[in-house]
Design a protein around this ligand. Sequence first.
Ligand code: TYC
Length: 114
Amino acid sequence: MSDYPEPLHHDDLALETAQPRLKRPPLYRVLLLNDDYTTMEFVVRVLQAIFHHPEERAAQIMLHVHQRGAGICGVYTREIAESKVEQVLRYAQEHEHPLQCTMEPDTDDEGDTE
Ligand code: TYC
């Protein structure tokens, strides 16, 4: 008997080379919509509390939404974006503001790399 173990034979195993994991999840923009009733102060608070923007940036985004009708609060994977939308709507309802929030695919997102 040899001192060495028999070499392993993989003849009946289908061995596949693992492909590098290049897939990235699709991204979604979370948007705030303007309305005539929600206070500017409340929108800035939402942008700070839920989207973690510093006050100055939050005020910029709020003014953009106020002037243009809608604006991007952040870009996230689907589950995170859905959660942000829910948080905004719940927070707005709790404070009796009609603030609306929605999400859409991020068309600047290149999707999976080849
Ligand atoms: N238009 C509101 C006002 O004049 C302010 C506002 C800004 C409301 C952004 C909603 O998403 C919004 N009080």
